[in-house]
Design a protein. Structure first.
Length: 104
């Protein structure tokens, strides 16, 4: 039986996922997903793959959180102070391979 992290790596290697969808698919809390992501990021990058993040965006004004280093969803927009923020999406790909789904 694969571990939660192994299951997450498998899912993220197939397509882009948000933390909420991963939590539903794996039967764990969204907070647990965010706790696992930094470890997964280190694991896959040391193994020669890329951990890609499509940044969160404000749904009110369109601001994109490109420079955010934390993997969690921001609570409030820095531009308009709105709280309608899309969640970041995560995906794993081969190093040097870009499939066009997530920029980077």
């Amino acid at each position: 039986m694969p571990t939660i992290r192994q299951q997450m790596i498998d899912l993220l290697s197939r397509e882009a996922w948000g933390a909420r969808d991963l939590s539903r698919a794996l039967g764990i809390s969204e907070k647990e997903v965010y706790d696992h992501l930094p470890h997964i990021q280190r694991t896959v990058t040391s193994g020669g793959r890329r951990f890609q993040v499509a940044p969160a965006a404000c749904l009110s004004c369109g601001y994109i959180f490109n420079k955010r280093s934390r993997l969690t969803r921001p609570g409030r927009c820095v531009r308009c102070k709105g709280e309608r923020i899309s969640e970041p999406l995560f995906q794993i790909s081969m190093a040097g391979h870009c499939d066009g789904r997530i920029g980077g």
